[in-house]
Design a protein around this ligand. Structure first.
Ligand SMILES: CC(C)(COP(=O)(O)OP(=O)(O)OC[C@H]1O[C@@H](n2cnc3c(N)ncnc32)[C@H](O)[C@@H]1OP(=O)(O)O)[C@@H](O)C(=O)NCCC(=O)NCCS
Length: 183
């Protein structure tokens, strides 16, 4: 299977935010943005893999700025890393006010996708050709992010397995909760 460059699968989708996408506060539902991100991640990963892909996990969804009705949202996606059957797609989300031309960066998120064959089994993807320093930086960041995520997961699994409710009840004293346990 021939390697493929980052640029060969780079994908952008742009969509106008219509009133049907808004919540009761007049801002765009987070779910609309998540759905758009999933679509662009699919398109980008499927182009690289040359097969059907599924979403396995999502990292870094923090909406830093609200998006309003009438804005033009663009999602720029590129493959940052490939494993054997998995790919990590980085997505930069930008929103433009078409009247003023003002552009804001609302979030950058990372979707892990897995390529599947016709039987639904994970299938190998082409190696990734890194053509410039930006490609290299994103690839290295993905490797580091994965490491940090694995360390965090191990640490948290450890904390969770050792957690005893009674010993930790004092943590609730600082929280805005009311204990109303019936039994
Ligand atoms: C993702 C999935 C294919 C993994 O199946 P599996 O039997 O564990 O397969 P494998 O162990 O061979 O893993 C396949 C790849 O997924 C990666 N993977 C599995 N779980 C992962 C996770 N939680 N996060 C990141 N990568 C993951 C593995 O590292 C492996 O990558 P690699 O081949 O590049 O090393 C399977 O869990 C699945 O189909 N999930 C449902 C996905 C889906 O339907 N998404 C849409 C939700 S509506």
């Amino acid at each position: 299977m021939a390697p493929k460059s980052v640029s060969s699968s780079r994908t952008t989708i742009t969509e106008l935010m219509i009133p049907a996408y808004a919540n009761f506060g007049g801002k765009i539902h987070g779910g609309i943005i998540l759905s758009m991100m999933d679509k662009v991640a699919y398109a980008c990963a499927a182009k690289h893999a040359g097969s059907y892909v599924v979403t396995v996990s999502v990292d870094g969804v923090n909406f830093r700025e609200p998006i309003s009705v009438g804005e033009l949202v663009s999602m720029h996606a590129s493959v940052n890393y490939v494993g054997r059957t998995s790919l990590v797609v980085g997505i930069r989300v930008e929103s433009e006010n078409v009247r003023t031309g003002e552009c804001k960066h609302t979030n950058t998120s990372y979707f892990t996708m897995v390529a599947k064959d016709d039987k639904g089994d994970p299938t190998p993807v082409p190696e990734l050709i890194l053509e410039n320093e930006e490609d290299v930086r994103r690839c290295l960041e993905t490797i580091k992010r994965r490491q940090v995520r694995e360390d965090f997961k191990d640490e948290f699994d450890n904390v969770k397995s050792r957690m005893r409710l009674r010993e930790n009840m004092h943590l609730l004293e600082k929280e805005r909760v009311v204990l109303d346990i019936k039994q």
